[in-house]
Design a protein around this ligand. Structure first.
Ligand code: PRP
Length: 218
């Protein structure tokens, strides 16, 4: 007989690697969720366990976080709303964590403003092809050629690959230093907590308590 109670089951967190992960760990620590093992910067371990609290935490590439959560490999994920929109996975978005704030924008050289205004057939480079497609096709009703890139997207207009880019802008310094500017704003972006649809029912009490504690820290 399975005698493992709900309280004894591990709650697994998937955190997007990079800027958001350290902020998320800080926040979790404030509400008493800690993982000492993770503080060892030299470690190549991928998953960290807090036996006492029955918590597991792993770091993954941002776009993979909603995948782990949809399939239940993680109960909870923390990732930017840009990634959640782009991946469009079946997960519940439960909380805006209030950090990682930036904007999803159409950017390019000032001259590209005219191309946007006249709804010309332009090339758009982006790490977010679905968001770019939805914005141009469904919201602006403009037919464009979307080119998927995996990073340093600002290169697109500089080297003549594309007329504009769709990307996140945080401080704006990458744009400024490369002679580009925000041409249109698509939507605000911030870090969100997502939950597996089954976990939200099976672990309702623990997740509710967690959300309550996080909200009180805001
Ligand atoms: C992100 C984004 C921009 C930059 C914006 O890239 O794609 O390039 O940050 O930030 P800023 O407005 O503060 O300059 P990231 O650093 O994640 O690297 P990547 O381009 O390789 O994806």
């Amino acid at each position: 007989m399975d005698n493992v109670t709900n309280e004894e089951r591990y709650l697994t967190f998937a955190l997007g690697k990079g800027r958001l992960a350290s902020k998320t760990l800080e926040l979790l620590e404030k509400i008493g969720i800690t993982c000492e093992e993770m503080k060892d910067k030299d470690s190549r371990k991928l998953i960290f366990v807090n036996e006492e609290q029955k918590i597991k935490i792993f770091l993954a590439k941002g776009p993979d976080v909603p995948t782990y959560v949809e399939y239940g490999a993680a109960d909870i994920g923390v990732v930017g709303s840009d990634t959640i929109m782009e991946e469009n996975r079946r997960v519940y978005e439960v909380l805006d964590l209030g950090f990682g704030n930036c904007r999803m924008c159409v950017c390019g050289p000032a001259e590209s403003k005219e191309l946007l205004r006249h709804r010309e057939m332009i090339r758009v480079a982006s790490k977010y092809p679905k968001i770019a497609k939805d914005y141009f096709y469904n919201q602006k009703h403009q037919t464009v050629d979307i080119i998927k890139l995996n990073g340093s997207v600002e290169l697109g207009p500089i080297v003549g690959l594309s007329d504009v880019i769709v990307d996140i802008v945080e401080t704006g310094s990458t744009l400024r230093e490369n002679g580009l500017e925000v041409l249109e704003e698509i939507c605000p972006v911030s870090a969100r907590m997502i939950v597996n649809q089954v976990s939200l029912k099976m672990e309702a009490d623990r997740i509710k308590k967690l959300l309550q504690a996080l909200k009180e820290k805001e």
